[in-house]
Write a protein that binds this ligand. Structure first.
Ligand SMILES: Nc1ncnc2c1ncn2[C@@H]1O[C@H](COP(=O)(O)OP(=O)(O)O)[C@@H](O)[C@H]1O
Ligand SMILES: [Mg+2]
Length: 293
C-alpha cells in the first residue's frame, strides 16, 4: 500500500452491524409461513477507505446475499448497513458491482458498455466517450473499444466489466467471484491488474471468493464466513508486502495464512473431512496447496 493511501485510511466506507437476512417463502401451510430460510445472522463488518477486504466461505454461506444487501438490491431483515456513513436504502452510484457472469450488454459495443453508467449520470456525450476510453485504456483493451462483447474472451469481458464499474467513479467496488469463470493463467493476470488499478484509484473493495489463495493474495484483510446461517467467523489481517507477485504464494507466511483460513473453514462440523492414515488413526485432512473450498 502506498504511503498516501495509508494517510487517507481513517474513514469507514462500508459498515454493517448485526445484519441478518431471512428469505421469505411464498408457500404457506395452514396459514403459517413454511420454508422461510435464514441466510445471514449477525454479520458485522467495517471496511476503511481504500481497503481491500476478501470475503471467503463455502458455497451457500451467504456471501452473495451479503453483497446484494450492500449493493442495495436486497433489503436486510435485521441490523443496519451503511456506505459512506449513509444507510443503504437501494442501489446507488457510489458503489459498483461486478458479478461472476460478465453481464455486459451484448448489443452494445465495448465503449458503449463502459459508457452505460455515465449515461445514467447524464454526462455529455463527449465527456462520456473520453471517460470510457480512459478506463478501457486502464484495463489495456483500447483496440477493442469498437468491438462487441461476443468478440472478446472471458477474461477480457471481465476487464471491461471492471472498466464499466470504475468509469462512473464509485467509492466502493463489490466483486462477487468475478474471476471464477476464467482459466487459471488469466485469473493470475487479472489479480495483478486488479491490484494495480486498486492502488491507482484508491477504491474500497469487497472481493467475494471461495478460493483461499485468491482471498489471501489480494487482500489487506480476509473475512472468513461460516454457513447455516451465514456469519463472519473471523477476520485475519494479511501482513504481506505489496505489490504482490505470484512468488508470494510460496512464502512461509502465505502458507501459514492459508492453513489458518483452511482450519477456520474446516472447523465446521459437517465439513470436517476425516482421513484414515496408514496407522489406521483418523486425522483431519491437510490443506492442499491451492485450497479451494
Ligand atoms: N432468493 C432466494 N430465496 C431463498 N433462498 C435463497 C435465495 N437466494 C439464496 N438463497 C439461499 O441462501 C443461502 C445463501 O446463498 P448465497 O448468498 O447465494 O450464498 P453464496 O454466495 O455464499 O454461495 C443458500 O443456502 C441459498 O440457497
Ligand atoms: Mg455467491
Amino acid at each position: 500500500m502506498s504511503e498516501s493511501k495509508e494517510h487517507r485510511n481513517n474513514i469507514y466506507r462500508i459498515r454493517a452491524e448485526g445484519v441478518g437476512l431471512v428469505y421469505r417463502s411464498n408457500h404457506r401451510k395452514n396459514g403459517a409461513d413454511s420454508g422461510d430460510f435464514r441466510a445471514l445472522r449477525n454479520v458485522s463488518l467495517n471496511v476503511k477507505e481504500g481497503e481491500f477486504l476478501s470475503l471467503v466461505g463455502p458455497s451457500g454461506c451467504g456471501k452473495s446475499t451479503f453483497l446484494y444487501i450492500l449493493s442495495g438490491l436486497r433489503k436486510l431483515s435485521e441490523g443496519a448497513a451503511w456506505i459512506n456513513e449513509t444507510p443503504i436504502t437501494g442501489p446507488a452510484l457510489d458503489r459498483g458491482i461486478i458479478m461472476q457472469a460478465y453481464a455486459l450488454f451484448p448489443w452494445r459495443t465495448i465503449r458503449k458498455n463502459v459508457e452505460f453508467g455515465l449515461e445514467v449520470k447524464k454526462l455529455p456525450k463527449k465527456e462520456r466517450r473520453a471517460t470510457a476510453d480512459r478506463f478501457i485504456e486502464l484495463v489495456g483493451l483500447s483496440e477493442f473499444a469498437d468491438k462487441y462483447p461476443y468478440e472478446l474472451s472471458g477474461g477480457m469481458k471481465q476487464r471491461i466489466a471492471i472498466a464499466r464499474a470504475l468509469a462512473y467513479d464509485p467509492d466502493v467496488l463489490l466483486m462477487d467471484e468475478p474471476f471464477a469463470a476464467v482459466d487459471e493463467q488469466t485469473r493470475g493476470l487479472l489479480h495483478e491488474e486488479l491490484l494495480r488499478i486498486w492502488d491507482k484509484t484508491n477504491k474500497t473493495i469487497i472481493f467475494v471468493t471461495h478460493s483461499i489463495d485468491e482471498s489471501i493474495f489480494l487482500a489487506d484483510r480476509v473475512a472468513v464466513m461460516s454457513p447455516c446461517p451465514g456469519t463472519i467467523k473471523a477476520i485475519l489481517d494479511i501482513d504481506l508486502p505489496r505489490p504482490r507477485t505470484p512468488e508470494i504464494k510460496s512464502d512461509p507466511k502465505f502458507g501459514s495464512y492459508r492453513n489458518r483460513v483452511w482450519q477456520l473453514l474446516q472447523n465446521e462440523g459437517e465439513r470436517t473431512e476425516e482421513i484414515t492414515s496408514a496407522d489406521g488413526r483418523k486425522r483431519l485432512g491437510a490443506a492442499p496447496q491451492e485450497a479451494v473450498i
